[in-house]
Ligand binder design. Structure first.
Ligand code: C2E
Ligand code: CA
Ligand code: CA
Length: 652
């Protein structure tokens, strides 16, 4: 289930790029500094040559001269003194060659007595030195610098004025050595400095790339996960399914939708709702296998990807286990709540080859699950004539309400003592323009899961009360029952009902509201108060499908209802099954003990009707009397409709 953090390898690449990129300026800086340093070294060498020449001129040459014009030649004492000074310097190796020249260029003294290599007297350097300047030049005989030539005026000590030009050649080696030593020192320092600079840059880039990599990994994780439960989200689910469908391994895609989650949220608060979602996430992860993927698709919907599933049996046995683990009750804010969920299953490749078709099939199956009692539904292509899914139904039904495509059929409730019809239950149908007349199971569950439930119920109430007023105007005294969803029972509902009653002119006591008992949940919360207010207004209500839900007995005691309708599941068994008989007998006794009337649903035979009458059941409803149909037909019914329409009576 775990993926390696994205960008790990690209992170290393990023760091390498950083490292190389920061190396370039460091090396360039090193080259520039080293080059500058070498030039500085040469400059320093020339400077010291100039100083050395000045010293030789001042200390050795000038004192030896009398100050006479050199063109006249040297005196023998002058020559001797010069020779001594020169010998010393040459001997020390500090001078390679020394010449003294008159202003006309004639060599008047030379350490080796020669004139070879002497500059012509019209050379600009010579002229500059004769005019009082000092000239330095690095001599190169093609094998690199060999010596430094210095041309400088000679100021005779005795007269204090320039008498000729001193031409010195100083060895370059000493300077070179000095430059070299200085360079080496500088290089070492520079190397150390640049090295540490590079190290710092490298460390900075290392930590930056690490941080970038962490951030990238975190945002990649966030984009694919649900912060509340830590599970993967819809995007991750799609990606996993995408990948899985491309392999040959068979798999199952399962949508899980919690039943009545909204009630928990509404009655116990969002905090409890969040806690419930986390618990469900944990239970799903705990019961599934490690290779399976559990994701939260949003709201109270989860998506499972089960790998290696080869058939219906296998997926069912796995999901039964999951469903059992889920239903263990959860304590939220001190209230024990049972979790129930519907599972819609699609198998790959049987029910779809790609992600889209698998999700669609699972959604269709899930939607089938919401209407029936079976909470795990595997997609069945034969169900395809039913709508594509909840969303499709919700958007189509919005239009259906506007276009008045819904109709009400009615089924009579018969008083078992008198055999007379006392009431009609309104059962909605949809005259679908394409699919024909749809039973409520095709669309009511989808409506109940959306906000459409309010306009939908208002429509049913208005139509049922209008019909009731219509049959009353024909002299038919039948009351009317309307099914309402638990989601309708919000604080505004009693006033909505009163307004509808007023508009229709039907007496309050002739309206019965039927609330499905399973929908009330463990803690009916606000719904209980709403039922009390309705009862106070004189509107009656019944617990529908009684016996198949939970905590039924406590509801009987606490809810302001005056009737229970025993679920047809029990009624169907009364002819053959002793256990069902016992349940019905006890329910009748219990309800009567609480002063509630009892209606049996789904009566299909005379025998069942007789038996129910025998155990004291008050009313019955079922195909034995009539299938749901239009109220006009019931009014005209030969045995049930004892009241004829005035217009149909003979006029004579
Ligand atoms: P319900 O309130 O329990 O309605 C009784 C259902 O049992 C009806 O199905 C009826 O046709 C069926 N039935 C009646 N007698 C017999 C019988 O002898 N044998 C058998 N096997 N079935 C019998 P229908 O009309 O398909 O309605 C199904 C459910 O849809 C209703 O169950 C009710 O929960 C819901 N529903 C119907 N109309 C509305 C409505 O206007 N609003 C709401 N919120 N729910 C509605
Ligand atoms: Ca009902
Ligand atoms: Ca019922």
């Amino acid at each position: 289930m775990r993926t390696s953090g994205p960008g790990l390898s690209s992170g290393t690449g990023l760091f390498a790029t950083y490292a190389v990129a920061s190396l370039v300026p460091v090396v360039a800086l090193g080259v520039v500094l080293a080059h500058g340093n070498r030039e500085d070294g040469v400059e320093r060498g020339l400077e010291s040559a100039r100083a050395q020449a000045a010293v030789i001129e001042e200390m050795a040459i000038a004192p030896a001269l009398s100050g006479d014009d050199l063109r006249e030649g040297l005196t023998s004492s002058e020559e001797r003194q010069l020779q001594e000074a020169t010998d010393l310097a040459i001997f020390h190796g500090s001078v390679v060659r020394l010449r003294l020249r008159a202003f006309d260029g004639a060599v008047v003294f030379s350490d080796d007595g020669g004139v070879r290599g002497t500059l012509p007297s019209d050379d600009p350097d010579f002229r500059a030195a004769a005019a009082g300047g000092t000239r330095l030049d690095v001599l190169d005989e093609g094998t690199g610098p060999s010596s430094i030539r210095v041309l400088q005026p000679v100021i005779a000590g005795a007269v204090g004025r320039s008498v000729g030009v001193l031409e010195l050649e100083l060895p370059y080696d000493a300077i070179a050595a000095e430059v070299e030593a200085a360079s080496t020192r500088t290089f070492q320092r520079l190397g150390a400095g640049l090295g540490s600079l590079y190290l710092v840059l490298a460390l900075i880039s290392l930590s930056t790339t690490r941080r970038l990599r962490r951030n990238a990994a975190r945002s990649a994780h966030d984009a694919l996960h649900d912060p509340l439960t830590g599970l993967g989200n819809r995007e991750l689910f799609r990606r996993r399914v995408d990948v899985a469908t491309r392999s040959a391994v068979p798999l199952a895609v399962v949508l899980v939708d919690l039943d009545r989650f909204k009630e928990v949220n509404d009655t116990l608060g969002h905090h409890a709702g969040d806690e419930l979602l986390r618990t469900v996430a944990q239970r799903l992860s705990d019961t599934l296998r490690t290779d399976d993927t559990v994701t939260r698709l949003g709201g109270d919907e989860f998506g499972l990807l089960l790998s290696g599933i080869t058939g219906v049996e296998e997926v069912l046995s796995l999901l039964v286990r999951v469903s059992q683990a889920l239903t263990a009750s959860v304590e939220l804010d001190g209230v024990a709540v049972t979790v129930e969920a519907s599972f819609g299953v699609a198998l790959h490749p049987r029910d779809g080859h790609d992600t889209e078709s698998l999700l669609r099939s699972a959604d269709v199956a899930m939607y089938q699950g919401k209407r029936g009692t079976n909470s795990i539904v595997v997609y069945d292509p034969h169900l395809e004539k039913t709508p594509a899914g909840r969303l499709a139904v919700q958007s189509e039904l919005r239009l259906a309400l506007e276009r008045d495509e819904l109709v009400l059929h009615y089924q009579p409730l018969v008083d078992l003592a008198t055999g007379e019809v006392t009431r009609l239950e309104a059962l909605v149908r949809w005259e679908h323009p394409k699919r024909g007349l749809l039973p409520p199971a095709e669309f009511v569950p989808a409506v109940e899961q959306s906000n459409l439930v309010h306009p939908f119920t208002r429509w049913v109430l208005a139509r049922a009360l209008g019909d009731c007023a219509a049959w009353a105007s024909l002299g038919v005294p039948w009351e009317v029952s309307v099914n309402v969803s638990i989601r309708n029972l919000d604080v505004d509902f009693p006033e909505v009902v009163l307004a509808q009653l007023d508009a229709s002119g039907v007496e309050r006591s002739r309206l019965h509201l039927e609330i499905t008992e399973t929908a009330l949940g463990v803690d009916p919360g606000g719904a209980g108060t709403v039922l009390e207010r309705l009862a106070a207004y004189g509107v009656r209500s019944a617990l529908d499908d009684f016996g198949v839900g939970y905590a039924s007995l406590s509801h009987l005691r606490t809810l302001a209802v005056d009737e229970v309708k025993i679920d047809r599941g029990f009624v169907a068994g009364v002819e053959t099954n002793e256990a069902d008989r016992e349940v019905v007998r006890s329910l009748v006794a219990l309800a009567h003990g609480l002063r509630l009337t009892v209606t049996a649903e789904g009566v299909e035979t005379q025998q069942a009707a007789d038996w129910l009458s025998g155990v004291g059941c008050d009313a019955a409803q079922g195909y034995w009397y009539s299938r749901p149909t239009t109220w006009e037909q019931l009014v005209d019914h030969p045995t049930l409709g004892t009241h004829r329409r005035p217009t149909l009576e003979p006029t004579s």
